[in-house]
Design a protein around this ligand. Structure first.
Ligand code: PMT
Length: 404
């Protein structure tokens, strides 16, 4: 169970059906040792009575921005200062849009602007609203401003539809909050992750690459940070926004990725190779742009260094996780890779048209010495968190002496 001892959490509840789950969330946050104060929007009170939150938090519930009793002492400013974390759960599409615009026409909006503590949102909405371009754009802007997203999960919804937009379960939110406040299952661990494709130059303007978008590796980096790890991300070229990590190193080629990883691997507790590293590179890159003269062109290529195998072979090696991208025999090849490269864990995904590479969703078969499991199709951020929880479990099982 996560510990939130001595943490002050300001919980914003907005008006969605998932508001009823916020009651359980208050109970779990307090059970983990946190002090909780609740701010409700007017719409939230249509779903759950303030008295419920008052009873569960042991504190008065705050409802109005212009409450004469509280504002004589600048109530919203002192509440904002009190918080170690502002958590909005559920966060509706409407509230997310207001937050992006910086509106402060109710107490929760004003608090989010006034608080200097980290702000986390647990979105909850219908799947079409979640997928709508307006919501996607609002969340992109908020993430760039440093707002943390917890979830959402995918599954059946109150409206009868199925898809992403369900609020995470309260216990998952508490775990993520503990991660944000430095006590997640990966707290204190240094994690080195590779992501994206590599580009192998043919001449100054042409290269060989692959369809990796970096989404899986970036989702892992974000989720590892949220679970408390100090993350270094070594990324090939992608079009993705900068994730929240301790260090981002942008590289281009397999050789560059190899050098960058090897310079850091012995300092890492966990290494995750999610990048699609080129297996072969042109033997030599032409100094000038190649001219179109002959009808055929032969490119001589050499094998790249196997970064994953090199990390696994280090004397002081991190817990080493390899990905396997396979079109067929997924499970057999994954088990073979685990043994052949002496890895600690392999996450295998099926690849092909619409699968794995450049998709928003993914599914994984995960194996380690003595166990295996399937993580079913889900948005990459959700899958990333599930995989990291599994990695945390395996890591701590292998390194019991390092646990407190
Ligand atoms: O980036 P996305 O669009 O989100 O797509 C995600 C993904 C499909 C790229 C990702 O989930 C994935 O499977 N990454 C590994 C892709 C890959 O190169 O698989 P592989 O089976 O060829 O390689 C196996 C492992 O060896 C990988 O961990 C890879 O990082 C590593 N490797 C490969 C070659 C090399 N020279 N050095 C390596 O370290």
């Amino acid at each position: 169970m996560a510990s939130l001892a001595n943490k002050n959490i300001l919980l914003g509840v907005t008006g969605g059906i998932a508001a009823y789950k916020a009651a359980e969330l208050v109970r779990l946050l307090r059970g983990a040792g946190a002090s909780v104060r609740v701010v409700m929007t007017r719409a939230a009170t249509a779903f759950v009575a303030p008295l419920t939150f008052q009873a569960l938090s042991g504190q008065p519930v705050h409802l109005e921005l212009l409450d004469p009793a509280e504002e004589s002492a600048m109530g919203h400013i002192s509440l904002a200062r009190w918080a170690d974390l502002v958590l909005v759960a559920p966060a509706t599409a409407d509230f997310i849009a207001k937050l992006r615009a910086g509106l402060a026409d109710d107490l929760l909006g004003a608090l989010c602007l006034a608080a200097t503590a980290p702000l986390a949102l647990a979105p909850a909405m219908n799947q079409a609203m979640w997928n709508h371009a307006a919501t996607r754009e609002n969340l992109e802007v908020l993430e760039r401003r440093g707002v943390r997203l917890l979830g959402p999960a995918a599954g059946s919804q109150a409206c009868g539809e199925t898809g992403p937009g369900r609020m995470l379960e309260p216990a998952q939110i508490v775990e993520s909050v503990a991660g944000l406040l430095g006590d997640g299952p990966l707290a204190g661990l240094a994690i080195l992750i590779t992501a994206g494709p590599t580009r192998e130059a043919i001449d100054p303007v042409r290269y060989i690459s692959n369809r990796s978008s970096g989404k899986m590796g970036y989702a892992l980096a974000e989720a590892a940070s949220a679970l408390g790890a100090e993350v270094t991300l070594v990324s090939g070229p992608t079009a993705l926004p900068t994730p929240r990590v301790r260090e981002l190193v942008e590289v281009e080629s397999a050789d560059e990725m190899h050098r960058t990883v090897m310079a850091r691997a012995e300092l890492a507790d966990v290494y995750i190779g999610a990048a699609a590293v080129a297996d072969y590179v042109p033997n030599a890159s032409a100094a000038q742009k190649l001219k179109k003269s002959a009808d055929e062109m032969i490119l001589i290529m050499r094998k790249t260094p196997d970064i994953l195998a090199a990390v696994a072979a280090l004397e002081k090696r991190p817990f080493t996780v390899g990905f396997a991208a396979e079109t067929d025999h997924l499970e057999d090849y994954a088990r073979q890779k685990l043994a052949a490269k002496a890895l600690d864990l392999v996450a295998a995904n099926r690849v092909g048209p619409g699968l794995g590479f450049d998709a928003d969703d993914n599914a994984l078969f995960v194996c380690w010495k003595g166990g295996e499991t399937h993580l079913p199709l889900a948005p990459k951020p959700i899958l990333a968190e599930q995989l990291l929880r599994l990695i945390a479990e395996r890591y701590h099982a292998q390194n019991p002496a390092q646990d407190s």
